[in-house]
Design a protein around this ligand. Structure first.
Ligand code: AMP
Length: 280
């Protein structure tokens, strides 16, 4: 497995593969890789001839008070995991490679970028859309793999790819969870033992909404109220949002139908976690 640091090298690698009529799969990550990331790599390796994993902690998607500096960085272990999961290339550019001095171009998906995480993290989705646009332009991949874990991000990126007519197909993979239900996240390492236990309120809330909806309760107000009750049962948990929305637009719905997204974000102590499910 090769580690490349420049856009030019990544693009050259991808073009050489595609010239031979083989396919390239791209898995964008911020590193601190876990089984959730591994599942994206496995899907990419199954569906594409060659897989590139990107590891880039993108400064523009972090707010000034957020955890950019202390975000976990485990590059060597990440490379081992990527290699094990079949990646041919790890693209790990320095910040100046993705944001050359004086970079003034950003991608803003209007409307969607202000919803859910975008409402409580101003500028977050602008940073995400910008860096993913750069990665897709750099890699010229056939497919790029993202987790449903970040469901609002998926909505923003789907719209961006459609609006900008980017030729990469987005593939969305299911949420990978710990045995007890907690969605895997690079930020779970921030949790104390007690917070780790209380963090289960998020997946419990998601499960409760799924079960109520499956049982026929479709009123969003009642479903979200039940989720909030579950979240409120843990003292260290503070809800950011708990909403039923149309996945494509992130607009709230009054009645949940098949395909409606239930998404939740909550602070557990000082750590912000997210979880979601798509209603059946
Ligand atoms: P991150 O490194 O947190 O930016 O995540 C990189 C990609 O991995 C994103 O597309 C995430 O949605 C995805 N991802 C993160 N956690 C999980 C998980 N628990 N299950 C599936 N995909 C995940």
């Amino acid at each position: 497995m090769e580690i490349v640091r420049t856009v030019e090298a990544l693009r050259g690698w991808s073009r050489a593969i595609r010239m031979q009529d083989e396919t390239v799969g791209l898995v964008p990550t911020m590193g601190a890789l876990h089984a959730g990331h591994a599942s994206l790599m496995r899907a990419a390796a199954e569906q594409c001839g060659h897989v590139a994993v990107t590891i880039f902690v993108n400064p523009t998607q972090f707010g000034p008070q957020e955890d950019f500096d202390r975000y976990p960085r485990t590059f060597e272990a990440d490379c081992m995991l990527a290699e094990r999961e079949g990646a041919r290339v790890v693209f790990a550019p320095p910040v100046e490679e993705m944001y050359p001095a004086g970079a003034a171009t950003f991608v803003d998906v209007e409307g969607l970028s202000g919803r859910l995480d975008g409402a409580s993290r101003p500028g977050h989705f602008r940073g995400v859309a910008t860096v993913v646009a750069k990665l897709l332009i750099a890699a010229e991949a056939d497919r790029a793999y993202f987790g449903q874990k970040d469901a609002a991000q998926v909505a923003v990126l789907r719209r961006m790819v459609r609006d900008l007519r980017i030729g990469t197909e987005l593939v969305v993979c299911p949420i990978v969870r710990e045995a007890d239900g907690l969605a895997l996240s690079s930020r779970n390492v921030y949790l104390s033992t007690d917070e780790r236990r209380q963090a289960l309120a998020l997946s419990r809330a998601v499960k409760r909404v799924e079960a109520m909806a499956a049982g026929g309760e479709r009123r969003a107000a009642l479903l979200t109220e039940a989720a909030r009750q579950t979240l409120a049962s843990e003292p260290a948990v503070r809800v950011d949002y708990a909403e039923l929305v149309e996945w494509a637009t992130l607009e709230p719905v009054e009645i949940a139908t098949a395909g409606t997204l239930f998404a939740v974000a909550a602070w557990v102590g000082a750590t912000r976690l997210i979880d979601n499910a798509v209603m059946g």
